[in-house]
Design a protein around this ligand. Structure first.
Ligand code: PRP
Ligand code: MG
Length: 206
């Protein structure tokens, strides 16, 4: 049985639809009770519903064989997994944003609020900028409104959240989308079944 770590939520639902259409349907997934382990023995798959930011952890530690995860999370945590396919969904951009009209003072330490500490550090180290990072876990847009930070580093999809909070993009610096990943030893020992799934997903992406 192949263990698939699916992110809970809208992205997971989209990916499940792709997998269902590719032949890996799971009636239990469509039941939508609170179960987190959903098996489809006839199809040889078991879906694990995990928090999106935890998918790569399950795959890296071999609690799941494959998974679907945002490139933002792969860039942030750098897990030791194979990134097999860009699914071309869950598309957004990694960006720096600030209150409308914000003008940076290059002589002062720049205060950045973000969930993406490593991505922000890397981005600003390439700019040789003196920074202070304030790590938050969500609602990042609040930070500059309350003066907790000067700017934020976060993903932007429609831009609606920024707009609703009087913020604007200063710079977009990375395209993000969902990726199909595999545990390295699973990929070696269950290569046929994982390659088959990858090829079918690849067809669906086209
Ligand atoms: C994400 C992200 C932005 C927003 C971007 O937040 O952190 O806030 O979505 O989407 P948009 O450009 O379409 O508005 P999410 O809703 O996941 O909430 P959280 O940051 O509070 O976890
Ligand atoms: Mg948000």
């Amino acid at each position: 049985m192949l263990n698939i770590a699916l992110p809970k939520g809208r992205l997971g639902d989209q990916v499940y639809s792709m997998l269902r259409d590719a032949g890996y349907d799971c009636p239990a997934y469509e039941d939508k009770n609170r179960e987190l382990v959903l098996e489809s023995p006839e199809k040889g798959v078991r879906y694990l519903l995990v928090k999106p930011s935890d998918v790569a952890i399950y795959v890296e530690h071999h609690a799941a064989d494959v998974g679907i995860v945002g490139k933002d999370i792969l860039l942030e945590s750098g897990p030791d997994v194979y990134e097999l396919l860009d699914l071309n969904i869950g598309k957004c951009r990694m960006a720096v944003a600030a209150p409308k009209g914000y003008v940076e003072d290059p002589d002062r330490t720049l205060r950045i609020a973000t969930k993406y500490v490593n991505i922000a550090k890397k981005f600003y180290s390439e700019k040789n900028r003196d920074i202070e990072i304030i790590k938050l876990n969500g609602s990042i847009e609040l930070a500059p409104i309350l003066g907790l930070s000067d700017v934020i580093v976060d993903i932007v999809e429609t831009g609606n959240t920024l707009k609703a909070n009087n913020l604007e993009v200063i710079e977009e610096f990375k395209d993000i989308s969902a990726r199909f990943i595999a545990n390295k030893s699973s990929f070696k020992f269950q290569n046929e079944i994982i390659s088959d799934m990858m090829n079918k997903l690849g067809e669906a992406v086209k």
